[in-house]
Design a protein around this ligand. Sequence first.
Ligand code: NAD
Length: 357
Amino acid sequence: MSKGSASVKLGIVGCGWVTETLHLPALRGVRTANVVALADGDPVRLKRVGELFRVPQRHADFRALLDDPTIEAVGVWLPADRQVEVAQAVLAAGKHLFIDKPLVFDLKVWDRLIEQAAQANRQVMVVGLPRRWHRLMYRARGVIQQEQLGKLQLIRTVLTGRNPERRTFHEEGDRRAVKGVLYQFGVHHFDVLHMLLQRDVEEVFASSSADRSTVNVAARMSDGVTVSSAFSEGESRNDEVEIYGQAGCLKISCYRFDGFEYYPPSAHPGDMKFRARQAVQSLKELPHGLLRMRRGGDFIDSYRVGWQHCADAIRDNARPDCTLVEGRRALQVVMAAKESMELGRPVKIAPASCDRS
Ligand SMILES: NC(=O)c1ccc[n+]([C@@H]2O[C@H](COP(=O)([O-])OP(=O)(O)OC[C@H]3O[C@@H](n4cnc5c(N)ncnc54)[C@H](O)[C@@H]3O)[C@@H](O)[C@H]2O)c1
């Protein structure tokens, strides 16, 4: 697509839950992208989602969508065992690709996709790790880049809630596979860590509850900062990152419109003056918060930002901030954590393998 032309023509493969509830609603807010075709093997879903979002072309076979020369970019939201195969076909068809987080537990498979992508001619590849596009995460990155927190010491993250893959658990082994909580939640926070700190994870030590529905990961970053991450599957929802430095502490809560709190080193979290200031700040942010809630809230908005980013990268022929390489980096940490859980000891992560581009 040439710079300045109207909008990127998109096709989406897979009309399941994530496409219907997150991607297509988010894409409504992206003026420079236009979904013109859908593909799904389930005719009932295809019809329902197509009608709901008024997408004119619908295909039972995704290859028909790839054969359409007017479609420039393709989003792939499929079950894990189909993801890479369809992504390879999208690249071979010469289209730009927006794919979900890596849904494989095998770096070699993902590396083959990276190798194929390296041969591609000016194709843009975006990996969907939407936490990194969350408004408050961007804000946190700015604070860290300006060194307002001083030397960093500790990061604590927690991600809990319903595991979207829970619906498709067929046997207990699914918790150990890509459907498990370490994988489904961990990959997002490990990506966020790199986005915020621009540092790799060097070593991980992971443990879990007996049924593996809760996983704790202790990690050390390449600059020595220690990280403690907890991932848990259940009904209580939380998505938080806390960053402690010598010049202050930052608390980011992704589910709150006012979930961005900075504590200078002298401030006690219970201090009344400090809490009053925070309450005033929340009231100031409320009108914007309500407006965003009407549009689906910050969570949907982070998907919108991702798609906007994808459309801009295609238009400007630029490298997106989250490619197959960023996806690989997060996947590598998850896999090391899984290995650590199985071995019952810390596992080191080779830095060189994170540096592919
Ligand atoms: N990045 C995120 O934040 C996030 C969130 C939730 C889910 N996901 C991932 O997205 C993927 C999709 O999740 P979901 O919840 O929508 O799954 P889902 O099971 O609801 O939907 C998958 C859809 O793909 C269709 N399909 C399967 N094989 C196909 C093929 N060969 N051609 C065309 N259509 C085919 C199915 O008919 C179904 O409609 C999952 O693998 C999940 O891990 C990512």
